[in-house]
Design a protein around this ligand. Structure first.
Ligand SMILES: NC(=O)c1ccc[n+]([C@@H]2O[C@H](COP(=O)([O-])OP(=O)(O)OC[C@H]3O[C@@H](n4cnc5c(N)ncnc54)[C@H](OP(=O)(O)O)[C@@H]3O)[C@@H](O)[C@H]2O)c1
Length: 259
């Protein structure tokens, strides 16, 4: 059974990937949907044509990784496609983002993403694909998104290195690095409800893209075996400028843009 495993499948990009794979990936027989909200996952599962399995799991809990490992081993699944889309961010000054969210971003965006990836790799073979949803924030430090951007830099670097480790096995690994996406739940969750709220962070999201565009471009980049996918114009140029300009200059540019 060729299986696609998707984390963060209850909304936004994860949901978009599930729908895209259901409609366009004939070689996939079954889709595993992973996130915390079971009702949402069941709703999405029932709207898909392909066979599905729903895993209502909080990936920041160590036992959740064990549940995924057990399910993979019991079903002896062949994971043709793994998409790590579970993630969240909080906008705000260091003092306005809680300890819980600060640790939560690291736990989900770094620890859980790596452990889920490690869990599926033994069930993959040549021709299979891994897509790690990173962010354009991986390309530079960002004040008022400091932990989120650092967590994405971590997963970006992990993904780039993993790709080279898995090349001899013929498994393609792609880091997808979108700029703001306007039609997912991410921005609403990211707008910090701490004491100084939005005033301390990012106030506008110009040129933001859509989940459908990101999914389509990410799937094409992964199919073509690209190491990195910058699925929109802002992330495309951001990646180039971040390589050319000094970090200090990039931090000043971000300070102008975030206002
Ligand atoms: N939207 C943007 O502007 C943007 C830009 C660049 C990168 N990204 C990245 O894109 C990825 C997808 O985000 P999105 O825009 O699609 O936002 P989203 O709609 O909020 O989706 C996030 C997904 O992660 C799941 N999730 C959150 N906490 C979880 C936990 N503890 N355990 C398991 N699942 C959890 C959520 O489901 P439950 O709440 O049901 O658990 C949801 O399915 C994230 O990694 C994000 O960092 C987003």
């Amino acid at each position: 059974m060729n299986t696609a495993v998707i984390t963060g499948a209850s909304s936004g990009l994860g949901r978009g990937f599930a729908e895209f794979i259901d409609a366009s990936c004939a070689q996939i027989d079954e889709i595993w949907l992973i996130a915390r909200r079971e009702e949402r996952l069941n709703e999405i599962a029932s709207s898909l044509v392909k066979k599905t399995r729903v895993f209502a799991l909080d990936l920041t809990q160590a036992s959740s990784i064990g549940t995924i490992k057990n399910a993979l081993s019991e079903s002896n699944a062949h994971v043709s496609l793994f998409i790590s889309a579970a993630g969240y961010g909080k906008i705000g000054s260091s003092s306005s983002v809680s300890d819980e969210d600060t640790a939560g971003m690291i736990d989900l965006n770094c620890r859980a993403a790596v452990l889920c990836t490690r869990a599926v790799i033994p069930y993959m073979r040549a021709g299979d694909r891994i897509i790690e949803i990173c962010s354009t924030s991986a390309f530079q430090p960002l004040q008022y998104l400091n932990v989120y951007a650092a967590s994405k830099a971590f997963i970006y670097n992990y993904t780039r290195a993993l790709r080279n480790e898995l090349l001899p096995k013929g498994i393609a690994v792609t880091a997808v690095c979108p700029y703001w996406i306007k039609d997912t739940e991410f921005i609403g969750i990211a707008q910090n409800d701490g004491e100084d709220g939005r005033a301390s962070g990012v106030r506008s999201f110009p040129l933001s893209t859509t989940a459908a565009k990101v999914v389509k471009r990410a799937m094409a980049a992964s199919g073509a075996g690209f190491a990195v996918c910058t699925p929109d114009i802002v992330s495309f140029f951001h990646r180039i400028f971040a390589k050319i300009l000094p970090r200090t200059v990039m931090l000043y540019i971000w300070d102008l843009l975030r206002r």
